[in-house]
Design a protein around this ligand. Structure first.
Ligand SMILES: [Zn+2]
Length: 204
């Protein structure tokens, strides 16, 4: 999630990366298939999308663009003045998302932000430092650090996973907040947001 959004590049013919990312979104997410012709769909991505649509009542679109910074993806909410509606999208940087594993990771990550940004499912304000820390903790839990959740012993979640989440969340929050405030905020929110449910607000 970031304020710095790269506009979709005009006039690009469909290439391979655009094609497989687009077909993933259509087959795995919109049509809820188990696999596309090229890749296997990720159950968590599907679960988060269902939660967003059915429980949080939020629509979201996918944009596949070329990015000129290091980002792999963004979540964006903006007001469309022409249509007078708020629009939410996940923007995937096709030049930095080259593999199935990366795509699953970024979609898990941005879908958690989308859920946290839904009034029906949460009360957080992603522009607020502590709330942002919370959302980044939740996103890292399933996305960047998700593979560490696989049980290796009976003691779960592991210390390694916990450290991974804390470290990854700090890096993400630092993109938009003063460096010196971030470690304390993330540490403070870990107890509340690590291991939280998919919806922060479980009531209707
Ligand atoms: Zn994030």
């Amino acid at each position: 999630m970031s304020q710095h959004i790269v506009p979709p590049s005009e006039n690009t013919s469909t290439n391979d990366s655009e094609c497989w990312i687009g077909s993933y979104f259509r087959d795995c997410i919109e049509n809820n298939e188990q696999y596309t012709p090229n890749v296997q769909c990720d159950e968590k991505v599907q679960e988060f999308y269902r939660t967003l649509i059915s429980e949080c009542g939020q629509q979201i679109s996918l944009q596949i663009v070329e990015c000129d910074n290091n980002a792999r993806a963004y979540y964006q909410r903006r007001f469309n003045h022409e249509k007078q509606v708020e629009e939410r999208s996940i923007i995937v940087c096709k030049n930095h998302v080259l593999e199935e594993k990366d795509l699953n990771e970024v979609l898990r990550h941005e879908l958690i932000h989308a859920i946290d940004d839904s009034p029906k499912c949460s009360t957080v304000n992603l522009r607020n430092l502590h709330d942002r820390s919370c959302s980044e903790i939740r996103a890292a839990y399933w996305a960047e650090c998700g593979s560490l959740l696989r049980p290796r012993s009976n003691t779960e979640p592991s210390k390694v996973h916990y450290q991974c989440v804390k470290h990854t969340a700090m890096q993400s929050v630092k993109l938009d907040h003063p460096f010196e405030l971030v470690p304390e905020s993330v540490k403070r929110m870990m107890w509340k947001c690590y291991n939280s449910k998919i919806r922060l607000n479980s009531g209707d």
